[in-house]
Design a protein around this ligand. Structure first.
Ligand SMILES: CC(C)(COP(=O)(O)OP(=O)(O)OC[C@H]1O[C@@H](n2cnc3c(N)ncnc32)[C@H](O)[C@@H]1OP(=O)(O)O)[C@@H](O)C(=O)NCCC(=O)NCCS
Length: 152
C-alpha cells in the first residue's frame, strides 16, 4: 500500500531489533512523545515477555524512532510507537509500520491492532493514512482515583 510519498522523499532509515544500548535514546523519545511516558522498567518488563518485540529506526547513527509490539498467533498488537519530534512527517513511522507488516505477512499473521486515545489526532491521522480502519470496540472505564492532567 502506498504511503503517498516516493521512497526518495522519505528519510531513509535502517530498521533493526531494539537492543539494551538503545534504551537511553528510546526513553528520551518516549518522554518527548507522551504525557504519560513508559519508564525504563516498563520497557524492560514488556520486552522480557516472549512474544514482545522491540524495533528501532536508525538514521545517521541516531535512534529516531521505535516500536514495541506483542505478537499473537494471528495478530500483532502495537503497544508503543513514536518518532522523535523533530523527525516527524518524514516517512519514518510509515517505514517502521511497513517493515513490521512485511515481516508479519511472511509469518502468516493476519491482523495488526492498536489502541490510541481519541485525543491523539496525530496518531489517528497517521494510521488513517496507512490504511487502518477504526474498529467498533467501545472502551469502558471508571476512575478509582482522580485522573492526572495528562490522562483522559
Ligand atoms: C504517530 C507517529 C509515530 C507518526 O510518525 P511519523 O514518522 O511522523 O510518520 P510519517 O512521517 O511516516 O507519516 C506518514 C503519513 O501519516 C500521516 N500523519 C503523520 N503524522 C500526522 C499528524 N500528526 N497528523 C495528521 N496526519 C499525520 C500523514 O499523512 C503523513 O504523510 P505526510 O507527512 O506526507 O502528510 C508520530 O507522530 C509520533 O511519534 N507521535 C507521538 C507518539 C504517538 O502518538 N504514537 C502513536 C501511539 S500508538
Amino acid at each position: 500500500m502506498s504511503t503517498g510519498r516516493s521512497e526518495k522523499e522519505q528519510l531513509r532509515v535502517h530498521i533493526r531489533w531494539m537492543i539494551r544500548r538503545d534504551m537511553p535514546e528510546v526513553l528520551q523519545t518516549e518522554q518527548q512523545s507522551f504525557g504519560f511516558a513508559w519508564t525504563e522498567e516498563d520497557f524492560l518488563r514488556c520486552l522480557r515477555q516472549r512474544n514482545c518485540i522491540g524495533m528501532v529506526a536508525e538514521h545517521d547513527h541516531r535512534i529516531i524512532g521505535f516500536m514495541i509490539y506483542e505478537l499473537h498467533k494471528s495478530k500483532l498488537r502495537v503497544l508503543n510507537f513514536a518518532t522523535i519530534p523533530d523527525m516527524r512527517r518524514q516517512g519514518v513511522g510509515a517505514q517502521m509500520i511497513r517493515h513490521a507488516e512485511a515481516w508479519l505477512c511472511a509469518l502468516g499473521v493476519r491482523k495488526v491492532q492498536l489502541l490510541i486515545r481519541e485525543s491523539n489526532i496525530g496518531a489517528a491521522g497517521f494510521y488513517d493514512r496507512q490504511g487502518y480502519e477504526r474498529s467498533s470496540v467501545i472502551v469502558m472505564q471508571r476512575w478509582l482515583l482522580p485522573p492526572h492532567s495528562s490522562e483522559n
